[in-house]
Design a protein around this ligand. Structure first.
Ligand code: FAD
Length: 402
């Protein structure tokens, strides 16, 4: 940077600079604001983009409790819908698990992530919270000292610098938080070798349950989002692109794999969003590097097979808010020291269950003999889930747990 460019850099500061306005960043921002901690949220996207990004929908009871506890659950309470049944459709027939009656007797609340983000944003701004849209964090420097600096750039190309006492990277898997980690950061990563075509259909749900189809052609999933929007997933080849299939081919494949001939037709409608999701997982260890903390997808990426990502993001945001508040308002740093360890216990539990779900739902790949063996194991797992109350209780506890 030349001297004249340096002079044109806008400089500002906040005790906590939060990167990213997803569920993690906005829950954190709200909790800090409420605790009287000076913070700012830097968000790469514009407000409209943020409102339109449909992703998660299934929130576990812990998430609802966190939002309720901090006065952030009004939208969820009014428009969220309780959901407690899933149905597996396999070669050996179908079976339903009413998980409200199993495990701890808990259920999901279905509430689209972009509605949750809109709620969190509106409460944050109504409380006077500072947020900068169209501002992309490029790097975090000085995290090994007491005043880290976030270098950012606005949509119209203006450079900015934000100085904080702490930086919370809630900016997802490709964000500046991850890019700024020291070389000794450990990333545990696995590619599950499976891709899904993720679809949003403008069509009412076709089942009164989450549908999981285990089919020789590949997995298909059905998840209600609202009275007139349904999320579907279709396992697709690794090299597939989102536009490989026409709408008719998509509905035909969904019908075939969900065995509509046997169990009833699907309610079709226009596909309003589609994208290929590669099922990958990773975990960063630790989640703290001096004054830089990671939360949400920036801390750990989890495949959507068990719907845990947004739920982990909210859990971590609450823990981080508590730790930062203790440090900044009361001078107690012990919780910051424990933040990484506390989150990692939940993250690894969620990763294990998500991995189990992947193995349950997908035809194994690999050499013929090994694949056949794996397929037998998968059938045995499904049989245990269908027939063993103990197994069903374990499933229910993990399905809605975090
Ligand atoms: P994000 O929601 O990704 O938010 C990060 C924010 O940071 C974004 O707004 C982004 O624009 C911003 N950003 C990125 N880089 C920068 C930068 N350099 N500077 C400033 N801002 C930046 N999870 C569930 O719990 N339940 C589900 O049912 C579920 N279903 C899913 C379905 C699909 C198809 C997908 C893809 C995911 C699903 N997930 C689900 C996962 C869930 O959506 C994510 O785990 C969740 O969004 C993570 O929240 P986050 O706040 O960490 O990150």
């Amino acid at each position: 940077m030349t001297e004249s460019q340096y002079d044109r850099v806008a400089r500002d500061s906040a005790d906590v600079v939060v990167l990213g306005a997803g569920p993690a960043g906005l829950v954190l921002g709200n909790l800090l604001l409420r605790a009287g901690i000076d913070c700012v949220v830097l968000e790469r996207a514009g407000r409209e983009q943020l409102h339109a990004r449909a992703r998660a929908g299934f929130l576990v009871p812990h998430t609802a409790r966190v939002l309720e506890r901090h006065g952030l659950a009004e939208g969820l309470r009014k428009r969220g819908r309780e959901h407690g049944v899933c149905e597996f459709r396999t070669d050996d027939g179908r079976f339903r698990l009413d998980y409200r009656q199993l495990g701890r007797g808990e259920q999901h609340t279905v509430y689209p992530q972009h509605d949750l983000v809109a709620d969190l944003l509106s409460v944050y701004e109504a409380g006077g919270g500072r947020i900068r849209f169209g501002t992309e964090a490029r790097a975090v420097s000085g995290a090994d000292g007491p005043s880290p600096i976030v270098t950012a750039r606005t949509d119209d190309g203006r450079p900015e610098q934000w100085r904080g006492r702490y930086v919370a990277a809630c900016d997802g898997r490709h964000g500046a938080g991850r890019r700024s980690l020291p070389p000794n950061a450990v990333r545990h990563h696995t590619d599950h070798g499976v891709s899904w075509l993720g679809l949003l259909a403008q069509a009412p749900p076709s089942l009164d349950a989450v549908g999981y189809a285990v089919h020789p052609d590949g997995f298909a999933g059905h998840m209600a989002r609202s009275a007139d929007i349904t999320r579907y997933y279709l396992q697709c080849p690794a090299d597939a692109t989102a536009d490989d299939w026409s709408e008719e081919q998509i509905w035909d494949q969904l019908s075939r794999r969900l065995r509509a001939d046997e169990y009833g037709p699907l309610r079709r409608g226009p596909i309003v969003q589609r994208g290929v999701v590669r099922l990958e997982s990773d975990v960063l260890e630790p989640l703290r590097y001096g004054s830089l903390f990671l939360a949400g997808d920036a801390a750990a990426l989890i495949s959507p097979s068990a719907a845990k990502g947004a739920n982990l993001a909210v859990l971590e945001a609450e823990l981080l808010a508590q730790a930062l508040t203790a440090a900044l308002a009361h001078g107690e740093a012990a919780e910051l020291d424990r933040y990484s360890e506390r989150c990692l216990a939940h993250i690894w539990r969620a990763q294990e269950f998500s991995h189990w779900m992947i193995q349950l739902l997908h035809a194994p790949q690999g050499p013929a003999g090994t694949a056949q063996f794996q397929d037998r194991l998968r059938r045995s797992r499904l049989y245990a889930l269908r027939s063993s109350r103990t197994q069903q209780d374990w499933f229910a506890e993990n399905y809605v747990g975090i």
